[in-house]
Design a protein around this ligand. Structure first.
Ligand code: ADP
Length: 631
C-alpha cells in the first residue's frame, strides 16, 4: 500500500497555476522533496546499490592494466620467434604471471556482470515501487481536488503531463541517478589512473577534452531544442487526431474531411522537417566528436610511440593507456549531458509536487458527521456564489426551503445559474468567502457538517451530459453501488424506462457501451445515467436537464415512475422545458442568479410572467408540431 499521505498536502498555500510558476534550474530542492516523500523508505537499498555500483565501476580499471602486463610478458617470446631465434623457455614464473592476469581479467568481468545484474534489478524494483506510490498519491489527490481546480486546468493536458512527468521520474530513479554517480566515479578513477600511468600522455589526452565538451554542449543544446519541438509537434498531431476522431460526426457533418487532412499533412510535414534536421544535427555532432577524439588518440599514440622508443613506456602500458582513454570519453559525455536530464527531471518533480500541494478546499473536518437517518431536506439561506473571487455573481441571494419528498422544478434561460445551484447543493463547490456566502443545509445541518462521502451518496447529481464509462451496461449501472443486486438493477432500469430496450439487446446487461457509450442513442444514454443514480438509493436527486433528449411522453412516464416507485425522495428537476417541470410541487424561475418567480404551475401561469409566456410559446410550438405531423 502507498505510504504516502495525501492529507499532509491539504494545508499548503499555492495560488498560482503550474504554468505560471518559474521553472527550477537546480535539481537539489526537487530531489530533496522526492527523497522526503517517496525515496526515504528505500535509502538502505539505494546505499547497497551505490556500493555495488562503486565496486562495479572500479572493476573496470584493472582490466586494461592486466591486459598490458600480459602483453609485456608475452612480447619477448613473440620477438624471439619473429627473429628466428630458438624458442625461449617459458619460466614457470611467467606462466604464473600470465595465468593470474587472465584469471584477474575473467574475475573482474564476472564480478562486474553479476554486480550490474543485481544493481539494475534492485533499482528497477525500487523505481517501479516509487512510481506506483507516486501514481497512487496523484490519483488520490486528483479525486480529492476541488472542482475549481479542474475548471482552471485542461484535463487532457493535465493527464498527459502527469503520465509523462511520472515517466521521466521513473527513468531518473531507475537509471539516471545511479548512472550519474557511476560516471563521476569512472571519470575521476580513469583520469587518476591515466596520470599515474604516464602523466605526459595523460596531459595530451586531456588537451582535446575542452574541445570535445564544447562540441557536445553546442550540439546537445540544439538537439534538445529540436527534440522539444518534435515532442510538441507529435502531441499536436495526436491532439488533432484524437479530437477529430472523437468528433468525426461533426467533421463529416460539416464536410471538412479534406481540410482536416490538409491540416494533418501540414503538421506531419513539419514533424518530418524537424526530425530530419535533428538527424542531421546528431550526425554532425557524431562526426565532429569522432574527429576530436581521433585527434586526441592520435596525439596519445604518437606521444606513446615516442615514449616507448625512449624506453619510458612499455608496449603493454601503452595498450592499457589506449584502452583506458576509450573508456574515459563515454562517462564525460554523459556527465556533460546530465544537466539536461537533471533540468527536465527537476521540472517533472516540481510539476507533480504542484498537483500534490494544491489545497483541498472542499474536504472533511475532524468534526464531520456520518449521515445516519437521511430525510432529504434541503435549505438555502441567502446563498451567493461566483466561480472566481473577481468574477461575476452567478448565484445572487437565493433562499429556498425544500421539504423531504418534495419535487422542485427549476426553469430559466441558459446561463441563469441553474446548474451552478445544483453543484452547490451537491457540495462540488463551497459557499465560503471570497467566492461565496450564505448557507446550504441538508437535514437541518450545514452541508459541511456531514462527511463528504456520505453527503454525496445521499445527493445524486445527474448531469445533462450522460457520461458512461468504458465497460458494459451492468458495470456502468453498478458504478455508484457495486454491491447492487440483480433486482436493484432491474428496478432502476424499469423506472428509467430502459428495461424493454435492454432486454432486446442480444447481450442484455453485458452489452459493451464502448468509449462514451457510442453504441447507445443520446436518450438511452441519459436514461442509463439516470438509472445509475437511482441504484445508489439517494435521498435527494438533482436532475440537471438529464431528460432533454427524451420525447415528452417518455419523460413524463419516467417522472411518474420516479414519484410512484421512489416515494419520499426529494427531487430537483432543472429544465428548459415547462413540460418537464409542470408537475413539480413548486417551480422557481431563475435568471441572472436570482429567483424571479416561484409557485405551482397553475400559480405561475396565472401570474403571467416569464413562466407563463414560455409555457404559452412552448405549448403552441408543440401544437404546431402535432398539426404538422398530422398533415
Ligand atoms: P444554467 O445552468 O442556468 O445554464 P450555469 O449555472 O451553467 O447556468 O452558468 C451560470 C453562469 O456561470 C454562466 O454565466 C456561466 O458562464 C458561468 N459558469 C458556469 N460554470 C462555470 C465555471 N466552471 N467557471 C466559471 N464560470 C462558470
Amino acid at each position: 500500500m502507498s505510504r504516502f499521505k495525501a492529507d499532509k498536502y491539504a494545508s499548503s498555500d499555492k495560488s498560482k497555476l503550474p504554468e505560471e510558476r518559474q521553472k527550477p534550474t537546480s535539481l537539489r530542492k526537487p530531489l530533496a522533496r522526492l527523497h522526503q516523500e517517496f525515496l526515504r523508505p528505500y535509502r538502505l537499498s539505494f546505499a547497497v546499490c551505490l556500493v555495488g555500483l562503486l565496486v562495479q565501476s572500479l572493476l573496470v580499471l584493472p582490466v586494461p592494466i592486466l591486459q598490458g602486463r600480459i602483453l609485456d610478458m608475452l612480447l619477448p617470446f613473440a620477438e624471439a620467434a619473429k627473429a628466428g631465434k630458438p624458442a625461449l623457455a617459458v619460466s614457470s614464473q611467467v606462466m604464473f604471471g600470465i595465468a593470474t592476469g587472465l584469471a584477474g581479467i575473467v574475475t573482474c568481468q564476472l564480478l562486474r556482470t553479476s554486480l550490474s545484474w543485481a544493481v539494475s534489478n534492485t533499482t528497477g524494483r525500487i523505481s517501479q515501487e516509487v512510481v506506483v506510490e507516486l501514481r497512487a498519491a496523484l490519483h488520490k489527490k486528483l479525486m480529492r481536488l476541488p472542482m475549481a481546480y479542474f475548471d482552471a486546468q485542461q484535463t487532457g493536458r493535465l493527464m498527459a503531463r502527469v503520465t509523462s512527468d511520472v515517466g521521466s521520474i521513473l527513468s531518473f530513479v531507475n537509471s539516471g541517478l545511479l548512472q550519474l554517480i557511476n560516471d563521476l566515479i569512472l571519470a575521476v578513477g580513469i583520469a587518476a589512473l591515466l596520470f599515474w600511468l604516464q602523466w605526459r600522455l595523460a596531459l595530451i589526452a586531456m588537451v582535446v577534452m575542452p574541445l570535445y565538451m564544447i562540441n557536445q554542449k553546442i550540439f546537445s543544446g540544439k538537439i534538445r531544442q529540436l527534440s522539444k519541438a518534435i515532442r510538441s509537434q507529435v502531441s499536436s498531431i495526436y491532439a488533432l487526431l484524437s479530437e477529430r476522431v472523437s468528433a468525426v460526426r461533426v467533421v463529416r457533418g460539416c464536410a471538412q474531411e479534406s481540410n482536416e487532412l490538409a491540416e494533418l499533412d501540414k503538421r506531419i510535414d513539419h514533424h518530418r522537417e524537424l526530425s530530419w534536421k535533428n538527424t542531421r544535427t546528431g550526425a554532425l555532432l557524431g562526426l565532429l566528436a569522432t574527429l576530436i577524439t581521433g585527434l586526441g588518440t592520435m596525439g596519445v599514440l604518437m606521444g606513446g610511440i615516442l615514449l616507448v622508443g625512449r624506453g619510458r613506456l612499455t608496449m603493454g602500458e601503452l595498450l592499457a593507456f589506449y584502452s583506458l582513454i576509450g573508456q574515459l570519453y563515454g562517462p564525460i559525455v554523459r556527465l556533460t549531458q546530465f544537466q539536461a536530464t537533471a533540468q527536465s527531471t527537476a521540472v517533472a518533480i516540481e510539476r507533480l509536487c504542484e498537483v500534490l500541494d494544491e489545497p483541498e478546499t472542499v474536504t472533511d473536518t475532524p468534526d464531520s458527521q456520518p449521515v445516519i437517518q437521511p430525510q432529504g431536506a434541503i435549505e438555502l439561506n441567502d446563498v451567493h456564489f461566483q466561480y472566481q473571487p473577481d468574477g461575476p455573481q452567478v448565484i445572487d441571494g437565493v433562499t429556498l426551503n425544500i421539504h423531504p419528498g418534495m419535487t422542485l422544478g427549476i426553469i430559466g434561460p441558459s446561463g441563469a445559474g441553474k446548474t451552478t445551484l445544483l453543484a452547490l447543493i451537491a457540495r462540488l463547490y463551497d459557499v465560503h468567502p471570497p467566492t461565496g456566502d450564505g448557507e446550504i443545509l441538508f437535514d437541518g445541518q450545514k452541508i459541511s457538517h456531514w462527511l463528504l462521502a456520505d453527503l454525496r451518496q445521499q445527493i445524486a447529481l445527474v448531469p445533462q451530459q450522460a457520461l458512461l464509462f468504458e465497460g458494459t451496461i451492468r458495470t456502468n449501472l453498478a458504478y455508484a453501488r457495486p454491491d447492487a443486486t440483480e433486482q436493484d438493477l432491474q428496478a432502476a432500469l424499469d423506472i428509467a424506462d430502459l428495461q424493454t430496450t435492454i432486454s432486446r439487446l442480444p447481450a442484455g446487461l453485458e452489452t459493451a457501451v464502448g468509449e462514451r457509450g457510442v453504441t447507445l442513442s443520446g436518450g438511452q444514454r441519459q436514461r442509463l445515467a439516470l438509472a445509475r443514480s437511482i441504484i445508489a438509493k439517494p435521498s435527494v436527486m438533482l436532475l440537471d436537464d438529464c431528460t432533454s433528449a427524451l420525447d415528452a411522453e417518455t419523460e413524463s412516464r419516467i417522472q411518474e415512475s420516479l414519484a410512484d416507485r421512489l416515494p419520499g425522495r426529494t427531487c430537483i428537476i432543472v429544465s428548459q422545458k415547462t413540460s418537464s417541470v409542470r408537475n413539480a410541487d413548486q417551480i422557481i424561475v431563475m435568471d441572472k442568479g436570482k429567483i424571479l418567480e416561484q409557485g405551482t404551475h397553475q400559480e405561475l401561469v396565472e401570474f403571467g410572467g416569464w413562466y407563463a409566456s414560455t409555457y404559452a410559446a412552448q405549448t403552441s410550438a408543440m401544437t404546431d408540431k402535432i398539426y404538422d405531423e398530422a398533415a
